[in-house]
Design a protein around this ligand. Sequence first.
Ligand SMILES: Cc1cc2nc3c(=O)[nH]c(=O)nc-3n(C[C@H](O)[C@H](O)[C@H](O)COP(=O)(O)OP(=O)(O)OC[C@H]3O[C@@H](n4cnc5c(N)ncnc54)[C@H](O)[C@@H]3O)c2cc1C
Length: 270
Amino acid sequence: MHTVICAKQTPSTTAILAVEEGKVTWSDPGGSPDIANPWDEYAIEEAIRLREKHGGKVTAISMGPEEAREALKTAIAMGCDEAVLISDEAIKGSDTLATSYVLAKAIEKLGDVDLVIFGRQAIDGDTGQTSMQVARRLGWTPFSLVSSVDELDPEGRTVSVTRAIESGRQKVKGALPAALSVLKEINEPRYPSFKGIRKATKYMRRELRTWGAADLEADVDRIGEAGSGVSWPEIYMLPPREGECTIIEADTPEAAASALVDKLFEEKVI
Ligand SMILES: Cc1cc2nc3c(=O)[nH]c(=O)nc-3n(C[C@H](O)[C@H](O)[C@H](O)COP(=O)(O)OP(=O)(O)OC[C@H]3O[C@@H](n4cnc5c(N)ncnc54)[C@H](O)[C@@H]3O)c2cc1C
């Protein structure tokens, strides 16, 4: 079994965003502004658990600038076997259409891939589109909103999953190769061990492969701005929300609660 996980680098959840010359920038006083997209940790964990059960290997891929190495470092530290960074000036300005084209090309180049696993969405772009676009491009069986992988049969070339949909749970079975986008409830991602973090640091220095558009034999008209169906004519920060805070003082919690309810009535909140 060869499973690929797609991990996106995103600003950390505590990063301070800004817009400079029409570009989004971010910094993090806490130190690490770039992280692996939190939703992708569930994809990494599921791939490792399937390897523990069925053998084979797990390759992590990420498309992005140099900072995307952070996402791959997390993947190796958690237990992925290999990683590939896809980075090239030519892919800058790619929307999800162009991103999915690049990721599909990378999966084809890896070859012999049985399963690709994605997070539900990225915490920055938040479209949730890329996974199913990649499945469509590869012509693979698409499974979105996966809350559990119930059965995987590498020999019989099938996979059965449960999807969490609005009206309940849906049990679905389909042929390999397949693409899954997974939900938070699928597992509890492990914390990288100290040994895993050390292995990742070495791996990133010595073994990480970096591919550009030429390595993927990508059509330049299908990547970057040229390959994007969406453009960002204007990017701006929303004005900071204004608001005031009233502290309700009272002798007892009950009196404070009653004063709060009166205030909420007064303000027509309730
Ligand atoms: C006009 C335009 C210009 C843009 N320019 C840039 C740019 O210059 N640089 C830039 O970083 N972004 C850029 N973006 C944003 C970029 O297109 C999206 O972040 C990217 O396509 C993924 O979409 P998303 O963030 O909505 O992820 P979703 O579709 O919500 O992600 C779903 C899942 O797909 C996988 N995935 C998504 N993106 C990647 C990735 N890059 N690598 C590996 N796995 C991935 C992850 O598993 C993720 O959980 C641009 C977008 C537009 C519209």
